[in-house]
Design a protein around this ligand. Structure first.
Ligand code: ATP
Ligand code: MG
Length: 517
């Protein structure tokens, strides 16, 4: 979930969750309180009234008693002069924290609670209320009370007044306790909500950021193996994923760099060794001539020829190294021209076949492409590719009867490829020593030499196939190898065909007229 979504949810949680919990708690506490009120004062009230209209509750507490007294005042007013009755009524009222006052002709006839009565300021006289009966709230700072009154006449026409007074000091603490409980609940709910939110935010934002921070420190300290594992899909999760990809790429780059450095070191030591061997021979033979060891013209010729062969070997090695240096710098000068496959390979076969035959390697040639197939290539560099591959055929031939097959077919070597018509595939298969399975994936790596080659007397720097790969890649093709140890090796590469609709004038530049490039 995105951070925006989380913020919306957080907002909803902050508002909805406490509201819901609050309403549940309010309901519970208020219902409880109203049940208590009912139990204590036999007064029915709705839970919400406790908060919204507490005066209403106070009013209802003595409502029934008040109505009974009013009915009595109207029907049998003289009973309100019966002190025994009044004392009984007072007792009942006491349970509701209330008391009764009866006045006759303005004078107190009965006072249910003298102490409270004295603390009351004044009570209205007869007719003080317009309709003769009323309820009023008397809020004295020391004794707040609720007063209900009724004016009436006794049977002898004496003026009568009854007052039913409820002591609010006893009731207000209960109301206060309800409010306190509610506030405590509110506080608890807010605390719980805040904790949940903090936990959520911590897990989804702070935790991954911490992981990222530690990973950054690890990478800073050079440890590129410390993985960043965060499963979230929000922006921070994406950042962590990008970071992880960056770490992997960085590690690959550094590993490639280390491998390259190792390869270079190994190559330099191989080169030093490969150059040292012919130089030692040249030195030995030259000294032999100078010291007169080669004392016959035949011996002298043999020595000079050996010196020449060794010098040629060295020049080959130095040449390959310099080509590789150019290839590495990406500055090999290409001159792409349309080449007729048929003509180009006829010339190649003419040059190579004889050389191979002298080494007892027979060359077979198959070309199933159309006569007029033209590829776009640099003939010089293509020659280098073919020479490197056939050079390997010769170098790694271990059979008495060597056989190498050059096969040219249409297609890019992939069975179901869409681009098959655009490419030709060139395959050179030999029946030489073959490449061990563990070496095969690496033969195109620069400076890589198979175990067998490294431990044999066959010279080489491991650059031949790396150069092949680079040149073919620069031609827009690809190269790969198949091999079975002991049976032989196939090297395949593809070249892009020249479009048949292309300018005929360009055809004039076909191989044969441009060999100077
Ligand atoms: P260089 O070509 O630079 O003189 P090299 O021949 O050892 O040295 P590559 O041509 O790049 O290097 O070949 C890499 C490795 O692949 C060789 O060392 C060898 O082990 C293996 N290899 C390549 N071609 C063949 C082949 N035709 N038969 C057997 N092994 C081969
Ligand atoms: Mg080679």
């Amino acid at each position: 979930m995105k951070i925006r979504g989380r913020l919306i949810i957080a907002f909803l949680i902050i508002t909805a969750f406490p509201s819901f919990l609050m309403s549940v708690c309010f309901n519970f506490i208020l219902s409880n309180q109203s049940a208590l009120l009912e139990e204590s004062y036999q007064s029915k009230t709705s839970a919400s009234n406790i908060l919204l209209n507490p005066i209403q509750i106070l009013y209802t507490i003595t409502q029934q008693d008040y109505e009974d007294l009013v009915a009595l005042a109207e029907d049998r007013p003289d009973q309100l002069l019966d002190k025994e009755y009044l004392a009984q009524a007072s007792e009942v009222l006491q349970q509701r924290d209330s008391f009764l006052i009866i006045r006759r002709n303005g004078k107190d006839y009965f006072v249910g609670n003298q102490t409270l009565y004295e603390s009351l300021d004044t009570l209205p006289g007869f007719g003080g209320y317009t309709r003769g009966a009323s309820t009023m709230l008397f809020l004295d700072p020391s004794i707040p009370g609720l007063i209900k009154s009724k004016d009436f006449y006794f049977s002898n026409h004496d003026q009568g007044q009854l007052f039913l007074i409820t002591d609010l000091t006893r009731l207000l603490p209960q109301w206060k306790r309800s409010i306190q409980e509610l506030l405590l609940c509110l506080l608890g709910i807010l605390l719980v909500t805040a904790c949940l939110l903090i936990l959520w935010v911590y897990n989804s934002i702070v935790k991954p950021l911490n992981i990222l921070r530690i990973a950054t420190m690890q990478i800073g300290a050079g440890n590129l193996d410390y993985p960043v594992q965060v499963n979230s899909t929000d922006e921070i999760g994406e950042l962590c994923q990008d970071f992880e990809e960056m770490r992997i790429r960085l590690r690959e780059m550094i590993n490639a760099r280390i491998r390259y450095d190792e390869d270079t070191r190994e190559m330099i030591s191989n080169m030093a060794h490969d150059l040292q061997t012919p130089i030692t021979s040249i030195k030995g033979y030259a000294e032999g001539i100078l010291d007169g060891v080669a004392n016959t013209p035949q011996k002298q010729e043999k020595y000079v020829r050996t010196i020449l062969t060794k010098a040629v070997d060295m020049s080959y090695l130095i040449d390959e190294l310099s080509v590789f240096a150019i290839v590495e710098k990406n500055s090999l000068p290409y001159h792409f021209i349309p080449l007729s496959l048929k003509e180009y390979f006829s010339d190649f076969l003419e040059d190579t076949r004889l050389d191979l035959e002298t080494l007892n390697i027979h060359l077979e040639y198959f070309n199933t492409t159309a006569e007029d197939t033209v590829v776009l290539a640099d003939p010089e560099q293509l020659k280098r590719v073919l020479n490197n591959i056939t050079g390997n055929v010769v170098k790694y031939m271990d059979k008495q009867e060597g056989l190498v097959t050059l096969r040219i077919t249409d297609g890019d070597g992939e069975p179901d490829s869409q681009n098959a018509a655009e490419y030709v595939c060139i395959e050179l298969t030999d029946n030489g020593s073959g490449i061990a399975a563990q070496d095969l994936p690496h033969v195109f790596r620069r400076f890589y030499r198979g175990d067998i080659s490294r431990n044999s007397s066959r010279r080489g720097s491991g650059l031949g196939l790396a150069i092949v790969e680079r040149i073919i890649h620069d031609h827009g093709g690809r190269v790969w190898a198949q091999s079975t140890l002991g049976q032989g090796t196939s090297i395949f590469f593809t070249l892009k065909k020249q479009d048949k609709q292309d300018d005929a004038a360009e055809r004039g530049m076909e191989y044969g007229k441009n060999t100077d490039h």
